[in-house]
Design a protein around this ligand. Structure first.
Ligand SMILES: *Cc1c(COP(=O)(O)O)cnc(C)c1O
Length: 387
């Protein structure tokens, strides 16, 4: 990786430096570097009930530190970016959609995005919002933008790993009078910075690579416009989908190793993808970091790291199931972005339009040689067992 690719947008400070310091308060003698989680339903509040801390559904000092950290990662060196943390990625996604859209509005969404989001689309339709969808690949969402209030983008898409041109879509959407939100879960802010590429909202499930240990659920929304941020904040208050202080604190603690983890995972993901390339039982291999991936050219323009997830197809369901069972170092589990490698046959959920033998593979922080050996051995064993 070139030193340029590891620099923050302000060109002064590297991503590792940024990550270990993000969101830390000014040092206070005898206090820890990162103050511990504040468990409080309410705060001492004599007299006029003004903030910053009044009631635990509205604000919490542990969230504040984490929100500052995420704002720094989303737009280094910029002030005026506001971040709100949520109980999960879905809470963050719903907060943007439901705070920005009303009956009669049109929203454009990807047809190949995260599998729980169509449930939200159903709900939006029930409230009188028109939901139009188009695939991520080929910037196909451009063709259905006319009259839209909001364009929702997911790139790279989960689980198909298609990529669209963020800057091009954001410019076209703004010209058409639409706001732009990007689900940046897969990339994390060290992989891609939607706000710097023209988006109005950067939204993510921090359950995945951002917190990276598979031990908590969390989400966030970052945006530059204070009015928009106030609308999302209002939604969080009325729905109450707030993170616990412990989760927020664990996530902040985990951000310190974000650059270490992501660099390791992206490097290994590319190595695993290279090892799978041309394997006689593997087809449809996708990883935006592979130079010959259909997404690579666009991805290389807008991504600084290509993510920890690869996807591929095995001949059929039985093949995929046997392969997953034969792996020793890779847990069969959903989710992705964690330090321990996981993989699953995505078709088992029924929500994604994928072949029965489609595998989504999340590369962890194991030694690349160990992981590659395990994967190739499991493929060989499966080939022997199933012929
Ligand atoms: C997991 C995921 C979500 C949902 O996040 P939760 O934290 O599970 O609610 C949303 N978008 C993408 C792309 C995801 O991978």
């Amino acid at each position: 990786m070139s030193s340029d690719a590891t620099r923050g947008a302000d060109d002064m400070i590297g991503d590792g430096t940024l990550a270990v310091r993000a969101g830390l308060p000014e040092p206070v003698k005898y206090e820890p570097t990162l103050p511990g989680p504040v468990f409080a339903a309410h705060f001492h509040l004599p007299g006029e009930p003004t903030g910053p801390y009044t009631y635990g559904r509205d604000e919490n000092p542990t969230w504040t530190h984490l929100e500052h950290a995420i704002s720094t990662l989303e737009a280094p060196g910029e002030s005026g970016v506001e971040t709100l943390v949520f109980a999960s990625g879905m809470a963050a996604i719903s907060a943007v959609l439901f705070s920005q859209l009303k009956a009669g509005d049109v929203v454009v969404v990807p047809s190949d995005g995260y599998q729980a989001v169509p449930l939200v689309h159903e709900q939006l339709r029930a409230y009188g919002v028109e939901v139009r969808s188009a695939p991520t690949g080929g910037d196909a969402q451009l063709s259905v933008l006319a009259g839209a209030k909001l364009l929702w983008i997911e790139t790279p898409s989960n689980p198909g790993l298609d990529v669209c041109d963020l800057r091009r879509l954001a410019d076209a959407a703004h010209e058409a009078g639409a706001l732009v939100a990007v689900d940046n879960t897969l990339a994390t802010p060290l992989g891609q910075r939607p706000l710097l590429l023209g988006a109005d909202f950067s939204v993510a499930s921090d359950t995945k690579g951002m917190s990276g240990h598979g031990d908590l659920l969390l989400g966030h929304v970052s945006c530059r416009d204070a009015e928009r941020a106030a609308e999302v904040r209002r939604w969080r208050k009325i729905v109450g989908a707030i993170p616990g202080p412990m989760e927020a604190w664990l996530a902040h603690r985990s951000l310190a190793t974000l650059q270490l983890r992501i660099d390791r995972q992206c490097g290994t993901a590319l190595a695993v993808a290279e090892a799978l390339k041309g394997h006689r039982h593997v087809t449809g291999l996708r990883y935006p970091g592979l130079p010959d991936d259909p997404s690579h050219e666009v991805a290389a323009r807008q991504m600084r790291r290509f993510g920890s997830v690869i996807s591929f197809e095995l001949p059929d369901r039985a093949w995929a199931e046997h392969f997953l069972g034969a792996l020793h170092l890779v847990e069969e589990a959903t989710s992705f972005g964690g330090v321990r490698s996981t993989a699953e046959r995505r078709g088992r959920w029924g929500g994604d339009a994928v072949p029965e033998g489609f595998v989504r593979f999340s590369v962890g922080a194991e030694d690349p040689e160990d992981l590659i050996a395990d994967v190739l051995r499991a493929l060989d064993e499966t080939a022997k067992a199933l012929g």
